[in-house]
Write a protein that binds this ligand. Structure first.
Ligand code: NAD
Ligand code: 0WE
Length: 261
């Protein structure tokens, strides 16, 4: 699906990261992949992962900093003769924003950081990479159901994901004239580093399994397969879209099994 495509993947923190599942699928489908890492500390984690996947291009990119984004663009430009896509798999809010009552917990600073790192960074990456992206490129981001329905404790991240989804549509409208497509995957809950500090996350996983039509959660590998498709030419007619990879959870209002005879 991705033969001759050169794709930059952000957001690999460790082997559990959704971005790791995406990297595996994309490489299997023939892509040449570069990994962007947030900082020196995370480089230690991803070096063995990159070696395992046969990835040689590693780029430091902290999306809170325009200079860091610009540097990574220059690095890609100097190492690759072409550039066909970018995966944005980054989300962050200060830990105190993700627990307790929404009204009580949310602060101006927490709101600002959540929206900056989780939504604006997608615009910032698109803006910086636009001069070097080929016609036929694809951008992809990762979102969550908390953007359109409330989820306990997800709080200001829900607002940031709503912004990210609108961002996906506005980027698609803006970049369509260059034949650059922009899409999002809304993934079901997966036990990753970003989910590790979350109170009662296991309970959320079991509730997800109970209510979803497939009766289970999804894996990072399943998200990866859809990501590979959306960034491939097979998806040349899809842009501005939010695709749910959640075992159908968002389509079901009630668990069917509890009504079995
Ligand atoms: P993860 O912790 O493995 O990945 C989050 C990544 O964000 C990390 O690699 C981290 O380095 C990166 N990041 C944070 N701040 C950054 C910055 N300033 N600059 C550069 N990188 C930064 O967790 P994950 O679950 O794989 O999360 C990836 C994406 O998937 C996020 O957008 C998350 O909201 C989304 N998502 C996760 C789930 C889930 O249940 N795990 C569900 C739906 C969507
Ligand atoms: O988007 C996410 C993770 C978002 C996230 C998680 C953290 C934890 C550590 C953003 N910032 C931080 N900051 C930290 O300091 N998900 C979709 C996974 C997730 O997180 C939740 C969830 C789900 C699902 C938080 C509360 C409730 C549900």
């Amino acid at each position: 699906m991705l033969k001759n495509k050169k794709i930059l993947i952000t957001g690999v923190a460790n082997k559990y990261s959704i971005a790791h599942g995406i990297a595996k699928s994309m490489i299997r489908e023939g892509a040449e992949v570069a990994l962007a890492y947030q900082n020196e500390r995370l480089l230690k984690n991803i070096k063995p992962i990159a070696d395992d996947l046969g990835i040689s291009l590693l780029v430091e990119c902290d999306v809170s900093c325009d200079e860091s984004i610009e540097k990574s663009k220059n690095y890609i430009e100097s190492h690759w003769d072409k550039f066909d896509g970018l995966v944005h798999s980054i989300g962050f809010a200060p830990a105190d924003q993700l627990k307790g009552d929404f009204v009580d917990s949310t602060t101006r600073e927490g709101f600002k950081i959540a929206h900056d790192i989780s939504s604006y960074s997608f615009t910032a990456l698109a803006k910086a990479m636009k001069p070097i992206l080929n016609e036929g490129s694809a951008l992809l981001t990762l979102t969550y159901l908390g953007s359109i329905q409330t989820v306990p404790n997800y709080n200001v991240m829900g607002l940031a994901k709503a912004s990210l989804e609108a961002n996906t549509r506005f980027l698609a409208a803006s970049l369509g004239k260059h034949n650059i497509r922009v899409n999002a995957i809304s993934a079901g809950p997966i036990k990753t580093l970003a989910a590790s500090g979350v109170k009662n996350f296991r309970k959320m996983l079991s509730q997800h399994s109970n209510r979803s039509p497939l009766g289970r959660t999804v894996t990072a590998d399943e998200v990866g397969n859809v990501a590979a498709f959306l960034c491939s030419d097979l998806a040349s007619g899809i842009t501005g879209e939010i695709t749910y990879v959640d075992a159908g959870f968002n389509t079901a209002a009630m668990p069917i099994n509890e009504f079995d005879e």
